[in-house]
Structure formats: structure tokens, C-alpha cells
Design a protein. Structure first.
Length: 336
């Protein structure tokens, strides 16, 4: 009986020791997991990306946004959604992000930002590729955005005036043709700026409007015989189908001026612009302040793009029958 009792005690002690050891291992694993989980909660974030369409400029802005957050050392998972130019899709995407409770929404375009703001007044929103944040009623003012939204604009005050001035001084043009989506608020703002710039010249404006990208080529063809040059502003609908305009310009020797540098690389002749990756990067730096430092969007003024420059595509000039002038060497950068 005594031996049985000793044996039982030994088994019980061993069991207790095993439980302690197991408990110790479990605690270490849990603490490790818990620490990892806590770190994830502190340093890992989910960002919903809403973008109206895919084209190189918007894609470059997204690339810059991601790069900035990566350089800040933040661990971020992205849910990237493209609306394919459909406003209903655009709003559904924003509503889904609000329902999912993402940590931040990156809105890449004016329509995307408007839908995001319509979907939530709580989740921080950082936008880019927005032409007129105040006019679109996204922010109260550039200096004091107010609310849960801020970001970077893709309009430089001198871009359109400089482009119109260059056309006026360097080309024998009586009429400037434009193609834009009249349903895009940012486009309407830019067209008004084009008209204002043209008012100090003898040139006139020929307008062609579209509602979707499938109409862009026909709109470009409608300007043949009416316009001496074509100027494509940063209209998302038209830029997403820019190759159609380039083809019409090349076939008819019509100089094609564009609103951003990515469109020059695609085959536009010239632009006063900046790199969209830069404004995306700046938006990412603002997002990092919100996620990492606890800043509120209302505390971060809306930023303008920097480094405005004239870029000319030599190959496009040849395709459009444009003779390059020596004096442009001191004015512009060139790409092949």
C-alpha cells in the first residue's frame, strides 16, 4: 500500500511538473504571439485604395504612396480596388471600405475622394490626383482641411498658363482643341483655367466632351479640321484612352499637348508637369503621420506638387510633323 502511495505521489508530481513545463511553454508562445499581435495592432495597418481608373499617372501616384509608407517602416496590407470609370462601382468600393473598418482610405482621383468622404466621416482619408479640393468640397480650405480628409493636389497654379503661353508663342495656332469628361469636376475646373489663359491670346477654344473612354477616339476625330493643336488636360477618362488621341494626332500632324509627364512618355508631344509618383509619395508621408503619429487629417494642410517642368517627346514631335527649335533646349527636358 505504501509503495502504491509513493508511486501515486511520484506520478502526481511528474504530472504537476509536466503541467508546469507545458504551462511555461504555452505562456512563452502566448506571450510571443501576444507580443506579435500587439505589434501588429500597433505597427500593421490595412489601407483601402480606391482608384477611379487605371492609367500610368494614377498608377505612379499609388506607387509613390506605397513607397513612402514603406520608408516609414510601416507594415501595411493594401486592398486595391479600381472602379473602371464607373461611379456606382466607385461608391460601392468606398462603402465596402467603410464597412470593413480599414485604418485609412487612400483615394486616388477626385471621384474616388468624393465617394470615400460620402461613405465615412470617421475613417481617415488621404487623397491625391485631385485638381481642386476646395471646389470639389472635399476640404474647407487648403490650409485647414477640416474633417477626416486631406491629401495632395495634382494641379500646379502655373501649369496651364505656362502651357497655353508656350503654344501661343511657339506655334502658329488659331484654335486649341480640348477633349474632356464634362462629368468630372476636376476637368471642368481645368477647362475654365484654359479659357482664362486663352483670354489673353488671340487663340480660340474648340471643345469635345465625352462620358466614357470608348468615346475618346471619335471626339479626337471631331477636332480634325477644327483645331490646330490639341491639349489634353488631366482628365481621367481621356487619359485612360490617350492612345486614341495620339493616333489621331499622328495621322493628321496635329501637335498634342498633355497635362502630365506620363502622357508625354506615352506619346504626347509636350507638357508642363511633374511626376505623379511625387505627389503620391507626399500623400503617403501624410498617411504615415496619421497612422504612425496619430495626427488627424484636419491637422495636415493640403499639399501642392513641386518641381514643375516642361518636357518634350522627340519621337512624338517627328510623328506629328513638328520641327524642334534650338531655343527649346534651354526651356525643356527631352525624352525619346
Amino acid at each position: 500500500m505504501l509503495e502504491k502511495l509513493k508511486s501515486f505521489k511520484a506520478i502526481a508530481a511528474a504530472g504537476v511538473m509536466g503541467a508546469v513545463l507545458l504551462s511555461g511553454c504555452g505562456s512563452e508562445s502566448t506571450n510571443g504571439d501576444s507580443g506579435s499581435s500587439d505589434n501588429e495592432k500597433e505597427d500593421s495597418f490595412k489601407v483601402g485604395v480606391t482608384q477611379i481608373v487605371e492609367h500610368p499617372s494614377l498608377d505612379a501616384a499609388l506607387e509613390g504612396f506605397k513607397e513612402a509608407l514603406e520608408e516609414e517602416g510601416l507594415e501595411v496590407s493594401y486592398d486595391v480596388q479600381i472602379a473602371q470609370g464607373d461611379q456606382n462601382n466607385n461608391q460601392s468600393i468606398a462603402n465596402n471600405f467603410a464597412g470593413d473598418g480599414v485604418d485609412l482610405i487612400f483615394a486616388n482621383s477626385t471621384p474616388s475622394a468624393l465617394s470615400a468622404l460620402n461613405a465615412t466621416k470617421d475613417i481617415p482619408i488621404v487623397f491625391t490626383s485631385v485638381t481642386d479640393p476646395v471646389g470639389a468640397q472635399l476640404v474647407k480650405s487648403m490650409e485647414t482641411p477640416d474633417g477626416n480628409i486631406t491629401g495632395t493636389t495634382d494641379t500646379h497654379p502655373d501649369a496651364i498658363p505656362n502651357m497655353v503661353k508656350f503654344i501661343d508663342e511657339q506655334f502658329d495656332a488659331g484654335t486649341v482643341g480640348v477633349i474632356y469628361n464634362s462629368g468630372e469636376q476636376n476637368s471642368e475646373v481645368q477647362i475654365e483655367k484654359v479659357k482664362e489663359a486663352l483670354s489673353s491670346t488671340d487663340m480660340k477654344l474648340a471643345e469635345a466632351t465625352v462620358s466614357n473612354s470608348s468615346e475618346v477616339k471619335q471626339a479626337a476625330e471631331s477636332l480634325v479640321g477644327k483645331a490646330d493643336v490639341i491639349y489634353i488636360i488631366t482628365d481621367n477618362t481621356v487619359v485612360s484612352a490617350l492612345e486614341s488621341v495620339i493616333q489621331v494626332s499622328n495621322d493628321n500632324d496635329i501637335p498634342l499637348f498633355v497635362g502630365e509627364l506620363d502622357s508625354v512618355k506615352r506619346g504626347g508631344f509636350a507638357a508642363y508637369g511633374f511626376d505623379y509618383k511625387d505627389i503620391g509619395y507626399e500623400a503617403g508621408a501624410m498617411a504615415a503621420q496619421i497612422l504612425k503619429e496619430g495626427k488627424k487629417p484636419s491637422e495636415l494642410p493640403v499639399q501642392y506638387p513641386q518641381n514643375l517642368k516642361l518636357v518634350i517627346n522627340k519621337k512624338a514631335a517627328e510623328e506629328m510633323g513638328i520641327e524642334l527649335k534650338d531655343e527649346w533646349n534651354g526651356l525643356a527636358e527631352f525624352v525619346e
